[in-house]
Design a protein around this ligand. Structure first.
Ligand code: IVH
Length: 673
């Protein structure tokens, strides 16, 4: 390639990066996209391909990296350049007046305050050098935190490269990583579908996500951010507000809801307004932060050991009421998990009447020492259902009854088991415990599984209770006449139900893998399994070692798959689904087997390739009978080495005597020169 051509490629790469950065900003920060998602994806694909072909133009800050790399690493501890302070909190107007008095007494002129929302997320500090993101660190203990740069790079509202040129050479900006409520709800629905414990609130979900070791998993969770504090020697303005406005121009997501106030009444108005209005925001806020605007004033006021004297957080009280705990039900979920649910004397809370509240698990019950007949405090935070947060011991009656956690399943009487590391008890009687069976059928018909929309939770219960279905496969053998025996169905609705059951036979294989409800196997894992093994039979036969070789499958999931298929009832379910005519293998056109050239071989791909993408390589490996695995081990048969291959992988492969081929040699091997 001539120098001139190379120049042109570089120009194109730079152009694509700038454009993608600009569109990312328009989409995520301004929420005013100028191009369609499709056009954006096309540009991104072009960039990814060019970067693959020309690794010499690689840049860790390229917008292509937003998808995250697959490599995982333990987090490095990093010392904060400026300690990461917290804020003094108050819930009372009186204390806010005290704060204002202290500020006024210390200054010789009246202060200007900046009122901001207090975002309920995870604090982060981002360091920029020459307009590029170089480091992202969590609060940690305030003096040192976790280096989560790789994860932060996947958050689309965090600019990787700043706009304009009037930013300081080096500075730090602090803010909050948040998970919008809609994303949180979706994530929890998925987790429940997969038999995982849902996150208690968006803050926990954001914190858990930011600490994931796999950046591409972080990218999928769609975190968001807001920035509210700048630090550096060369900030452009001598006050907080103007610097934040400048940061907005550089591409940071700065809240629209900031108010300059020259007196406390204005601050109270802001607080009052947002107490109600915040409920309409798509993310959680738990208060208002009031800051003295001028840096000169801030310096005069100084700090206490932990918090600045120039700022205070006014926190909204979580809405809480007290009521009587009447009784506790122990509910059994699809996976057999037991959840204690409190029945309360109905009480009004945050606009709705609350009759039930979660007690989470046995540990929580013990921690609260809650008894039947107690007056309990119920709170509605960012949580899905209200929860009991405490007991009013002053009102405890001597008759209050200690809550016994059941030793046996309230639905089927089986002895409960406690799994190590899990706070919940489980009913092990998977195949005869009614709520577990109904729960599994509900999962089977759900949208992302078989998508049988003519049925719902109540119909499933009716079909099961009347003995018409005992497992999900029985749905396929239902006759219209049988449905008509049930009150719920008339001719038309019965026909619709049968039709939608019939239609579901066409859903692709991976969704059947998801639908059968293997614990911890979510949609993405089902897809990987389907793609890797090609058929239900192959998945059922796979050994532990074969399973953990599949991308995204670790010890826990592998164990769960083996356990699932070792159970005769599950094997019978699969057999019945096969008889019913569901797709139990990858479709012919999806699974074109071209040759046996790689039969029985475990193949590792490493580096970047010029003729094909990694996904295409994976597909080729499968089409020629091989299996793609992610890491080099003694059982690896072949390593396809691309450009920039990691030296440790190469060394390991050499040491283990694994055959190493380049891209061209690989094509020869599969007879495609
Ligand atoms: S300013 C030195 N502004 O709340 C002052 N903090 O409870 C730095 N927070 O540590 C913080 N929204 O993690 C500031 N608008 C906002 C905020 C905010 C949320 C967090 C932050 C802080 C904590 C204090």
């Amino acid at each position: 390639m001539t120098a001139e051509e190379k120049d042109r490629v570089q120009q194109r790469i730079m152009f694509l990066r700038d454009e993608l950065n600009r569109h990312n900003y328009l989409y995520y920060v301004k929420t005013a996209p100028e191009i369609s998602d499709f056009d954006f994806d096309m540009m991104l694909n072009e960039l990814v391909e060019l970067e693959k072909q020309y690794p010499e133009f690689d840049d860790v800050n390229s917008p292509s990296r937003r998808v995250g790399s697959d490599s995982s690493a333990e987090f490095k501890q990093v010392q904060h350049r400026y300690p990461m302070l917290s804020l003094a909190n108050t819930y009372s107007e009186g204390e806010l007046r005290d704060f204002d008095n202290r500020v006024r007494n210390a200054l010789s002129e009246p202060p200007t305050y900046v009122c901001e929302l207090k975002f309920d997320g995870v604090a982060i500090g981002l360091t920029y050098f020459d307009g590029r993101l170089v480091q992202a660190v969590t609060r940690g203990d305030g003096s040192a935190g976790d280096d989560v740069t790789a994860n932060a790079r996947t958050i689309r509202t965090i600019p990787l490269k700043l706009h304009g040129s009037d930013y300081p050479r080096e500075f730090e900006i602090r803010g909050e990583i948040i998970m919008p409520r809609a994303i949180f709800d979706e994530l929890n629905r998925e987790r429940e579908d997969e038999g995982e414990q849902p996150f208690a609130n968006p803050r926990n979900a954001a914190a858990g996500t930011l600490k994931l070791l796999n950046p591409s998993a972080v990218a999928k969770r769609r975190l968001d951010s807001f920035f509210y504090y700048m630090l550096g020697e060369e900030l452009p303005f001598d006050n907080h507000y103007q610097n934040l406005m400048a940061a907005k121009e550089w591409g940071f997501k700065i809240s629209e809801h900031i108010q300059l106030c020259s007196n406390l009444e204005c601050v109270f108005d802001f607080i009052k307004y947002w107490d109600l209005a915040r409920k309409q925001l798509p993310f959680d806020t738990d208060g208002v932060v009031v800051k003295v605007n001028s840096y000169r004033h801030q310096a005069i006021l100084g700090m206490t050991a932990k918090t600045p004297r120039w700022a205070i957080a006014y926190k909204y009280k979580p809405e809480q009421v007290s009521t009587v705990l009447l009784s506790v039900d122990f509910q059994v979920g699809r996976t057999g998990a037991i959840t204690p649910v409190a029945n309360l004397k109905p009480v009004k809370l945050a606009g709705t009447v609350v009759k039930r509240a979660s007690l989470h698990n046995a540990d929580q019950v013990a921690l609260l020492d809650v008894r039947i007949g107690d007056w309990v405090y119920v709170e509605k935070g960012g949580e899905i259902i209200p929860k009991i947060v405490g007991v009013d011991l002053s009102k405890r009656s001597p008759l209050a009854k200690i809550l016994e956690f059941p030793t046996h399943c309230p639905e089927c009487g089986s002895k409960l088991v406690k799994i190590e590391d899990e706070a919940r008890h489980f009913c092990p009687n998977q195949f005869a415990c009614p709520p577990q069976i109904k729960g599994r059928i509900e999962h089977f018909i759900s949208r992302k599984a078989m998508n049988i929309d003519g049925l719902g939770e109540e119909t499933v219960a009716l079909l099961y209770d009347n003995g018409l279905v005992k497992d999900a496969a029985d749905l396929y053998f239902l006759k219209k006449d049988q449905l008509l025996l049930l009150d719920r169905f008339a001719h038309k609705s019965a026909e619709n139900a049968i039709r939608s059951i019939e239609k579901s036979k066409n859903v692709p294989f991976y969704r059947v893998v998801y639908a059968i409800g293997i614990r911890y196997v979510g949609e993405a894992t089902a897809r990987s399994l389907a793609q890797h093994f090609g058929s239900m039979e192959a998945i059922a036969k796979a050994t532990y070692n074969e399973l953990v070789e599949v991308e995204d499958i670790g010890d826990r999931i592998a164990q769960s798959i083996i356990e699932f298929f070792s159970n005769p009832a599950n094997r019978q379910l699969v057999e019945k689904l096969k008889m019913a005519g569901l797709k139990l293998q990858v479709e012919q056109n999806e699974n074109l087997q071209l040759s046996d050239a790689l039969k029985g071989m475990s193949v590792v791909i490493s580096g970047t390739f010029s003729k094909v993408s990694r996904d295409e390589l994976k597909e080729l490996i499968r089409q020629h009978g091989g299996k793609n695995v992610s890491s080099v081990s003694a059982s690896t048969s072949l390593l396809i080495a691309g450009n920039n291959i990691g030296p440790s992988k190469l060394e390991k492969a050499t040491k283990l005597g694994v055959k190493i081929v380049g891209e061209d040699e690989f094509f020869k091997l599969i007879g495609q020169e």
